[in-house]
Design a protein around this ligand. Structure first.
Ligand SMILES: Nc1ncnc2c1ncn2[C@@H]1O[C@H](COP(=O)(O)OP(=O)(O)OP(=O)(O)O)[C@@H](O)[C@H]1O
Ligand SMILES: [Mg+2]
Length: 225
């Protein structure tokens, strides 16, 4: 598998941008073997809200949030041309090799195998990293609505600067809220995958990463820089 590409729910706030990204992903699926993993977006946020009010058990909240990823994934089947959704990991290699933009709906696999901690530290970023490992993907792209990981939240601090490259150990030590979840660095430490955090509002950056070209993003590597 060339790449697992997580499409962040944050991009759904700007439908035109998400549609443009969808066209690009459809095109890239003809050239590369890719598996698209949906983020949780507003569907997971609805679970967060419900959890705040009802103090759900961590297993319930985790499972409901994963169902949120399924929901966004189903929506993506309409947004990404020539795409197909599946719950089966074994379909991924076959369909990806056939040029289909494969969207993996994670609930059935995650409910059955339950490989990750059930907590809000594990979101679609960690689930995508887990899937990248299972699929032996060379690259993991976390496509979001900002240019990568910054020193501070770029939406709140105008002078935040983009971190172009860091190791998983450095990300772990950052120990603050970024655009990726808290468990991701630990999973990346155990994996060979190269992880890129990239802005989906610029679909050509996603293309550049798959083509091995330099572009604006954050690259998280396992080992030393
Ligand atoms: N240090 C940081 N660097 C980059 N973004 C940050 C940082 N701290 C906070 N953020 C925020 O993280 C947001 C992206 O993460 P968020 O989880 O909201 O979206 P997503 O991962 O694309 O979507 P989803 O979680 O639904 O898949 C950005 O819009 C940004 O405002
Ligand atoms: Mg997120």
């Amino acid at each position: 598998m060339d790449a697992v590409i997580k499409v962040g729910g944050s991009l759904a706030k700007t439908p035109e941008k998400l549609k443009a990204l969808g066209l690009m992903l459809s095109e890239l699926a003809r050239k590369y073997t890719i598996t698209i993993v949906p983020g949780g977006g507003q569907f997971a946020d609805a679970v967060r809200d419900f959890d705040r009010r009802f103090a759900l058990s961590s297993q319930l909240a985790h499972r409901m949030a994963i169902l949120g990823m399924d929901q966004y994934g189903l929506a993506l089947t309409q947004i990404i041309p020539n795409s197909k959704a599946t719950y089966q990991l074994k379909d991924a290699h076959k369909l990806a090799a056939a040029g289909v933009a494969l969207i993996f709906l994670p609930s059935q696999l995650m409910f059955k195998d339950d490989p990750l901690e059930n907590s809000w530290d594990v979101t679609s970023d960690s689930i995508a990293a887990y899937l990248a490992k299972r699929l032996h993907a060379a690259k993991l792209l976390l496509v979001t609505d900002v240019d990568g990981i910054f020193t501070e939240d770029p939406k709140k601090y105008a002078n935040a600067s983009l971190i172009e490259r860091l190791t998983a150990a450095e990300l772990l030590r950052l120990d603050r809220r970024t655009s990726v979840d808290c468990k991701l660095p630990k999973l990346l430490l155990e994996s060979q995958v190269k992880c890129y955090v990239v802005n989906g509002a610029y679909p050509e950056r996603v293309r550049a990463i798959l083509a091995g070209q330099h572009t604006i993003c954050t690259l998280i590597t396992r080992g030393l820089k």
